[in-house]
Design a protein around this ligand. Structure first.
Ligand SMILES: NC(=O)c1ccc[n+]([C@@H]2O[C@H](COP(=O)([O-])OP(=O)(O)OC[C@H]3O[C@@H](n4cnc5c(N)ncnc54)[C@H](O)[C@@H]3O)[C@@H](O)[C@H]2O)c1
Length: 307
């Protein structure tokens, strides 16, 4: 298949591009390199350095004639979305809409959108949280991800545009951008490798669902093969504390890391873990990499970066 990956120079996108090429697909990347890196781009992919919101994107769709599109390009920093909601909207809603509108006009068979499971459900009472739980995002980032999901629903209802949404938990692994949405694993590992101190916000008892990037890429590849219309959670279903992450990093390093506890961030969710029963059923997928293992793999990669 001829596949477009927006955000294909980023953390998850570049890992996905490698997998799609390995599977024999022809891959085209659109990325403005605002947080992605040229060095992550697979040399077998065709790369356009351009903003997803640019009118010129239309020419790329007209020339390339994609069979499918993975839409990952995004402003991913929740705190930045709070500080500048207008910018977040421009990238995550208007930019996405430009991609979606081009999918419709150029008869793309399917669009797969990477949404968030961590920022849509708010402080949920059902733990682990299923896709059917009411969506009450507590940030412009979450609101805009949900808005784009609604646009997908609308384009499917009105134009028959096929789509699947994957709502990801906290993804970690090689190539993660240190300043990102939920990069606590990469921040702690990066600091440890650089001999710098890490700050834990609050008491470290907040929980998250940490899923390794190769498991996410496997789920994305499976989403290409199914006809499912709607949203599917992708995580591990396992709740881990920030303190558990610190311990796992220390175990992988074989020594304790320099750390201090700082004030809790206002408005930060205390618990987040996704119910992944639907992913098991629809995608015939389940995570393969446990946190200890994933952290050891990420640490190896991180050490090689500084060599
Ligand atoms: N990392 C996580 O834990 C996580 C969790 C849930 C959802 N997501 C979603 O997964 C997707 C990929 O995130 P990531 O963690 O790989 O982050 P990332 O920042 O590494 O990747 C985003 C990519 O999009 C590109 N980009 C940003 N704005 C653009 C624009 N206007 N035009 C073109 N390209 C642009 C960036 O240069 C980057 O390469 C995002 O949609 C994000 O919201 C990530």
């Amino acid at each position: 298949m001829k596949i477009l990956v927006t955000g294909g120079a980023g953390f998850i996108g570049s890992n996905l591009v490698d997998k799609l090429i390995e599977l024999g697909h022809q891959v085209v990347i659109i990325d403005d390199l605002s947080s992605g890196l040229k060095s992550y781009i697979n040399p077998q992919a065709h790369f356009y350095q351009i903003d997803i919101a640019a009118p010129k994107v239309e020419e790329i769709f007209a020339v390339q004639k994609f069979d499918a599109v993975f839409h990952l390009a995004a402003q991913i920093d929740v705190r930045k979305s709070v500080a500048d909601p207008v910018f977040d909207n421009k990238v995550n809603v208007l930019g996405g809409l430009n991609i979606l509108e081009n999918c419709r006009q150029h008869n793309v068979s399917k669009i797969i959108f990477v949404s968030t499971g961590g920022a849509l459900y708010g402080e949920a009472e059902t733990i682990p949280t299923p896709e059917t739980y009411p969506t009450n995002p507590l940030s412009p980032y979450g609101i805009h991800k949900l808005t784009f999901e609604k646009y997908l629903h609308y384009y499917h209802s009105v134009y028959g545009q096929a789509y699947t949404v994957l709502r990801l938990a906290n993804v970690y692994g090689p190539r993660q951008y240190k300043g990102g949405e939920c990069g606590v694993v990469s921040i702690f590992i990066g600091n440890a490798v650089a001999g710098q101190e890490s700050t834990i916000n609050g008491d470290g008892e907040n929980t998250r669902d940490y899923v390794y990037v190769s498991d996410v890429v496997a789920a994305l590849a499976k989403a290409l093969e199914v006809d499912y219309i709607g949203a599917i959670n992708i995580g591990t279903g396992v709740e881990k504390k920030v303190n558990d992450v610190v311990l796992a990093v220390e175990l992988a390093l074989g020594k304790s890391i320099a750390k201090k506890y700082g004030p809790a961030k206002i408005g930060e969710q205390t618990r987040s873990v996704l119910d992944i029963a639907l992913a098991r059923k629809v995608l015939n997928w389940q995570p393969q990499v446990a946190l200890d293992q994933g952290i050891a793999l990420t640490l190896e990669w991180s050490k090689n970066q500084v060599k």
